[in-house]
Unconditional design. Structure first.
Length: 155
């Protein structure tokens, strides 16, 4: 059985953009975790890993071998190694951060968490936004001290 490990292929709205299996391919082999979410639903690496664990266990119970396929290394690393817990982010904070440019977010992150800003690639829109969301929502720095989030794990 084939278990999807591609972050885009979990969405049913993106079959062509994500190169999801065709209807014929889906008939030839049992495929799991393909197209099961609507495009507006969020699916983090941690969410996917939990779903994948259930699917893999189900495949094993049936006496078959799960074959994980896909292009999202973070999903596979999360399945194999786990992921640092990430605090809930206030949706209003997320919207405000995601509406601003990466340059503005990085400038704000430099002010609030200079170590995270220095460590992250200046062009990494997603990680910079996530680090800033954590700081603004929790008041904690992204990667310092006991109560911080491991860098890179939240994306």
């Amino acid at each position: 059985m084939i278990v999807n490990a591609d972050s885009a292929q979990v969405y049913r709205d993106l079959p062509i953009l994500s190169a999801a299996p065709s209807p014929g391919e889906l008939k030839r082999a049992d495929h799991r975790l393909y197209g099961m979410l609507h495009g507006v639903e969020a699916c983090s690496a941690a969410d996917w890993a939990e779903m994948a664990k259930r699917e893999i266990a189900d495949v094993h119970v049936s006496g078959r071998l799960p074959i994980l396929v896909g292009g999202t290394g973070l999903y596979l690393r999360t399945l194999l190694n786990g992921i640092a817990p990430v605090p809930s982010i206030d949706p209003e904070v997320r919207n405000q951060v995601r509406e601003r440019s990466v340059e503005k977010n990085r400038t704000k992150l430099k002010e609030l968490d200079p170590e995270a800003a220095e460590r992250l690639n200046p062009a990494d829109t997603t990680r910079i936004a996530r680090a800033l969301e954590v700081v603004l929502s929790t008041g904690r720095r992204f990667a310092n001290g006991k109560n911080s989030v491991k860098a890179g794990s939240a994306i």
